[in-house]
Design a protein around this ligand. Structure first.
Ligand SMILES: [Zn+2]
Length: 447
């Protein structure tokens, strides 16, 4: 999703401005004001669900739920959660019988077993998406019309011959799209030159693509191109990636968290606070302490309820992600009062299960401990069987480093674990059906 070249799709300028000013204010509002806004919106969606969405009509009837009874966020818990499995099964009955069918847009996401699931959004939900990006980019100093580059693969995949197109420039907005499939040592200089020629001030990208690009730029010893801010989305941003990218380009990264399902958005402020975007969706944090034996603080499951998309409304949708709440004392120095999240531990399927049943939510961090690794990926095929893909940093990943990596992995996975370490290039990683890079993939955790 881009703020720019799909601008023609955003048909509700009044709604866009209304959202923008309201959500901007909500960031600084007291919790009661936020709660009132959210409950009012959610009750209206629930009433719509009761009348026009077959799945919810039946669910509410079976459970004696009346939208008017939802007076507090806790009352929402009367409504059973919407799991990915229910979404897969009930995707057709989750679509409203009424609404903006003639202006709807279909988004595709991967289901629990990898098959595609259709998510339908109406024009209000498009306005919602536009505004969240607008507010987020604004935090980094962006204003509509400023020169912008975006690393994308999805955009080029739609082209007839995706591998022939290195970049595309939008003549209307001046936005520069760079094909992620072409990030290589040879092309890095060309991309950099394109950015310089177009006066690019901002970049939007997935962290893994930009990290690789940064490494090439560093190797070239290129000069500063004068970026103002970098926006990363779509994957967890590792500390190592952040450091490398920020050093290479001499500017700050602001990280963003969101989903195709459009019920939860969180975005970083310039003081490093990961704020819940309270106007975007109603975010619920469910305590799972005790279920996980990982290190760190209390983990919460992340659930979201739509306040805007009536065409296919998701109520109490379980994103499958786990988060830790930032409970550092005092308000964020940016002045925003919205909730802050300290760490997103990743999805349940991204957890590695140890031999003794222990759960490791962040095992990919071992890659940060070893020199000579540009990117790494752990795939757990069976409880004791692991494939580890390593994209080495030239010849710095020596046998000694490999031993070191094995030593650290065995500390967690047990001495009986079969660990197969392979050296790959960027294309050699397992991208699964979603096409997204994930540093941990477990076929065991989701079972
Ligand atoms: Zn902040």
């Amino acid at each position: 999703m881009s703020l720019h070249f799909k601008i023609s799709k955003y048909l509700l300028p009044y709604r866009i401005l209304q959202f923008k000013y309201k959500w901007e204010a909500l960031q600084y509002s007291d919790p009661d004001t936020v709660c009132r806004y959210q409950l009012e919106k959610v009750r209206a969606v629930l009433e719509h669900c009761r009348r026009h969405v077959p799945y919810y009509r039946d669910l509410f009837r079976q459970n004696d739920i009346y939208p008017g009874d939802i007076q507090t966020p806790e009352d929402l818990r009367m409504i059973p959660e919407l799991s990915k499995e229910i979404l897969r099964r009930e995707q057709q009955r989750l679509v409203s019988e009424k609404g903006w069918h003639f202006l709807r847009e279909q988004l595709l996401t991967s289901g629990t077993t990898g098959e595609k699931i259709s998510i339908w959004v109406d024009p209000v939900a498009r306005a919602q998406e536009f505004v969240r990006y607008w507010l987020f980019f604004q935090r980094g100093g962006y204003r509509i019309g400023k020169p912008f580059a975006e690393f994308s693969s999805d955009f080029f995949m739609d082209r007839e011959d995706p591998l022939q197109v290195l970049f595309q420039k939008n003549p209307l907005t001046g936005q520069l799209l760079l094909n992620t499939s072409y990030i290589s040592r040879e092309n890095a200089g060309r991309y950099l030159e394109l950015m310089r020629a177009n006066g690019v001030l901002f970049i939007k990208s997935r962290p893994s693509s930009l990290y690789i690009f940064s490494r090439h730029v560093q190797d070239m010893g290129a000069e500063d191109i004068g970026l103002k801010c970098i926006f990363t989305i779509g994957e967890p941003l590792l500390e190592k990636q952040r450091k490398c990218i920020e050093t290479t380009f001499g500017c700050r990264i602001l990280n963003f968290y969101g989903h195709m399902e459009r019920v939860v958005a969180m975005s970083e402020c310039i003081h490093g606070g990961m704020h819940v975007d309270e106007g975007y969706g109603l975010v619920e944090l469910q305590d799972v302490n005790g279920e996980l034996s990982g290190e760190g603080g209390t983990k919460f499951r992340l659930l979201g309820t739509t306040m805007h998309n009536r065409l296919m409304p998701f109520i109490r949708y379980d994103t499958g992600d786990l988060v830790e709440v930032d409970d550092s004392s005092g308000p964020c120095p940016c002045g925003r009062r919205s909730r802050r999240i300290k760490c997103i531990s990743g999805r349940a399927e991204d957890l590695i299960i140890g031999e003794d049943g222990a759960v490791y939510p962040a095992l990919f961090l071992v890659f940060n401990m070893i020199d000579g690794i540009q990117m790494g990926q752990i795939i757990q095929d069976e409880l004791l069987s692991f494939r580890v893909n390593i994209y080495p940093d030239a010849d710095r990943f020596t046998d000694l480093r490999k031993e070191e990596l094995l030593f650290h992995l065995r500390k967690y996975l047990g001495s009986g674990a079969l660990i197969d370490i392979r050296l790959v290039d960027v294309e050699g990683f397992d991208y699964g059906r979603s096409g997204k890079f994930r540093s941990v993939i477990s076929s065991v955790a989701g079972r």
